[in-house]
Write a protein that binds this ligand. Structure first.
Ligand SMILES: NC(=O)c1ccc[n+]([C@@H]2O[C@H](COP(=O)([O-])OP(=O)(O)OC[C@H]3O[C@@H](n4cnc5c(N)ncnc54)[C@H](OP(=O)(O)O)[C@@H]3O)[C@@H](O)[C@H]2O)c1
Length: 302
């Protein structure tokens, strides 16, 4: 990949930053494309990174962002709809636009980041959009590699960060009984998978589901975070209808802390299924949450 230039849409996001760093460390030039692109701290005086303003809702900016690239990665994220930034606009139409423009520019390789559980029949608008986005990407760019991670974790992430906050409460609410199964995946492992997806022969057109080395229930994860901080708390089961009601109330706020889609996600197991490729097929042995907990949350208090 010595003379490659990879455009990373969403290269300033949580996953995008890790992807960009892995490319730079491998000696590959990167173009970061986002609405407000900025160079990562580690970039220093590196001339390996270009910055490009691009909104995936805008044809011209997407075309400019892929122009001259040899590969493209779509790591654009949107979890809460806001104004015209809807799930359809970003995860369906935006994803399709990147794929179509990449194809028209004769780009050889495209990696599209989706999520485990992408399902056109889901009750969640977000999950349906992820499935429709995958279909549009496959039509526009049949060789695209689709990576579906489970929930991502890493230092300063949203997932462990939220659990760290919630375990400070005197009583910690569970989603239902806390039995939903998750397979948290280390952000660096997914970034490595992106590089492997671009480099490994024979993966064109395939879908990979990326989960960490171990499956946990939500309750298990909370208990591990509590144990890490030596906190003892009551874990309180809260039925999903109550969470749905809370999400409806919270949706009236300008920046809702909880949405209906997030509640639906917490009702559904988020683990690697059968039929798709896995980390193993990309030659990667992923970490488990347990192995990286101290690295991500810092040393426990003495
Ligand atoms: N985090 C997880 O647990 C998780 C789990 C499974 C799958 N994923 C998937 O992984 C991907 C990356 O997620 P993330 O958590 O890293 O996202 P993130 O931290 O929220 O980052 C989002 C990135 O997308 C860019 N972006 C947002 N809207 C854009 C637009 N209209 N045009 C161009 N760029 C735009 C943002 O930059 P600007 O704001 O400057 O535009 C930013 O670089 C997403 O596909 C996500 O669904 C994430």
């Amino acid at each position: 990949m010595a003379h490659d230039l990879i455009t990373v849409f969403g290269g300033t996001g949580f996953l995008g930053r890790a992807i960009v760093r892995h490319f730079v460390e491998s000696g590959v030039a990167v173009r970061i494309a986002a609405r407000h692109p900025s160079a990562p701290e580690f970039a220093g005086a590196s001339n390996q990174i270009e910055l490009q303003s691009a909104d995936v809702r805008d044809e011209n900016s997407v075309a400019e962002a892929v122009n001259g690239a040899t590969g493209v990665v779509n790591a654009v994220g949107l979890y809460v709809e806001k104004g015209k930034a809807t799930f359809d606009a970003i995860h369906v139409e935006g994803a399709e636009r990147i794929a179509r423009r990449a194809r028209e520019a004769n780009i050889r390789k495209l990696v599209h980041i989706s999520g485990i559980g992408a399902d056109p029949g889901s009750a969640s608008k977000y999950v349906r959009a992820r499935a429709h986005g995958e279909q549009r990407v496959q039509s526009a760019f049949p060789e695209a590699v689709i990576l579906r991670p489970s929930v991502l974790f890493g230092p300063n992430d949203a997932f462990l960060g939220a659990l760290k906050t919630v375990t400070r409460l005197p009583v910690v609410p569970l989603f239902g009984k806390g039995t939903t199964r998750l397979q948290p995946v280390y952000v660096e492992d997914v970034a490595r998978a992106v590089l492997q997806a671009l480099e490994t022969p024979g993966v064109a057109g395939r879908i990979f589901e990326l989960g960490g080395a171990q499956i946990y229930s939500y309750r298990d994860i909370l208990e591990r975070v509590l144990a890490h901080f030596s906190r003892r708390r009551l874990l309180l089961p809260v039925p999903f209808p109550i969470w749905r009601l809370l999400a409806r109330i919270s949706s009236l706020l300008p920046n809702p802390p909880l949405t209906r889609d997030q509640v639906i996600l917490m009702e559904t197991d988020n683990v690697v299924g059968t039929g798709a490729g896995t980390f193993g097929d990309l030659g990667i042995e992923p970490y488990s949450l347990e192995q990286m907990l101290t690295h991500c949350l810092g040393n426990p208090p003495q």
